[in-house]
Design a protein around this ligand. Structure first.
Ligand code: C2E
Ligand code: MG
Ligand code: MG
Ligand code: MG
Length: 291
């Protein structure tokens, strides 16, 4: 906005300014084209078992390789796709590409599982379950190798129709994971009715683990709750050895975070698996990574 005002005029930036809206409009049009032009990428971040360090699965995280702006993270463009009504086609690309990648890895002898993030708006697409089923069939994949991560707030606020969609996806044999858990206002009665196998504890609790007895207590309670409901618990955002140790002591099943590995392009995955991946300076996971 400031640039467009030009000359000596000083414009204080504000996100709601018209110039910014125009920029958003231009960016959303570029994003539509980006899907067709093959500018979207999936990066993969491992989830590992706390007990033995084995890779439990990979989370696919979308990026946009923008021709001028460089590599953009989802926080920049997922909200645009949602606001301008094409999160459905973006999400479909993600599911297709993740399934294609899973098939390539399995062909190469890497037996694994991939999780994709599903936006609440995608649950409102009447044919979402059918599209997921078609993608699995196209790549000859077992449904249990695909995980759909849905945020807690989406799961809790959803309507009868969206809940029905979760049931249909689960009925395919695809696993459901409740993402960013602990930040919403879940009713336990409601949680019990969601056909999810996995709870992912929000990063904020992990971050505060060392300094906050409350965060520790909440984590402890969530792990117990999940286990009582026969769900597995994932901690996201593990950045230090101390966090990894504490989460393991809390009986958290699966760990994910920069301390283990940052999200990486698919090409780097086989080498990371074979060689335990890039080691973080001065730090080693408490376990030996499975080969
Ligand atoms: P999320 O699903 O909760 O993913 C975790 C985010 O935390 C990712 O950011 C990941 O790169 C980052 N992260 C992982 N480990 C660490 C760590 O140790 N420390 C810190 N500080 N961060 C860590 P990213 O890739 O920018 O994704 C942000 C969010 O965008 C995701 O949160 C997810 O809600 C959404 N998203 C990503 N890919 C997709 C997609 O394909 N479709 C949809 N609908 N949403 C997506
Ligand atoms: Mg996620
Ligand atoms: Mg998450
Ligand atoms: Mg998160």
């Amino acid at each position: 906005a400031a640039k467009r005002a030009g000359g000596s005029t000083c414009v204080v930036y504000h996100p709601s300014m018209e110039g910014d809206a125009g920029e958003q409009l231009a960016l959303q049009q570029e994003l539509r084209d980006a899907i067709d032009h093959g500018e979207l990428r999936l990066y993969y971040q491992p989830k590992v078992c706390s007990r033995n360090g084995r890779v439990h699965g990979w989370e696919a995280l979308v990026r946009w390789q923008h021709p001028r702006r460089g590599l953009l993270g989802p926080a920049v463009f997922i909200p645009l796709a949602e606001r301008f009504g094409f999160i459905g086609s973006l999400g479909q690309w993600v599911v297709d590409e993740a399934c294609a990648q899973l098939a390539r890895w399995r062909e190469a002898g890497l037996d694994c599982r991939i999780a994709v993030n599903v936006s609440p708006q995608q649950l409102r697409q009447a044919d979402l379950a059918l599209r997921i089923e078609a993608a699995l069939q196209r790549h000859a994949l077992a449904p249990a190798n695909l995980v759909c991560e849905i945020t807690e707030s989406a799961v809790m606020e959803n309507t009868e129709q969206e809940r029905g969609m979760l049931d249909r996806i689960a009925a395919l044999g695809v696993r459901l994971s409740i993402d960013d858990f602990g930040t919403g206002y879940s009713s336990l009665a409601h949680l019990r009715k969601i056909p999810a196998r996995q709870l992912k504890i929000d990063r904020s609790f992990v971050t505060d683990l060392a300094t906050s007895t409350e965060a520790h207590a909440v984590l402890d309670a969530i792990v117990r709750l999940a286990h009582a409901l026969k769900m597995e618990v994932v901690a996201e955002g593990v950045e230090t050895q101390a966090q990894l140790d504490a989460l393991t002591r809390l009986d958290c099943d699966i760990l994910q975070g920069y301390f283990i590995a940052r999200p990486m392009p698919a090409e780097q995955v086989p080498a990371w698996v074979a060689g335990r991946g890039p080691r973080l300076p001065g730090a080693e996971p408490a376990f030996t990574m499975a080969r």
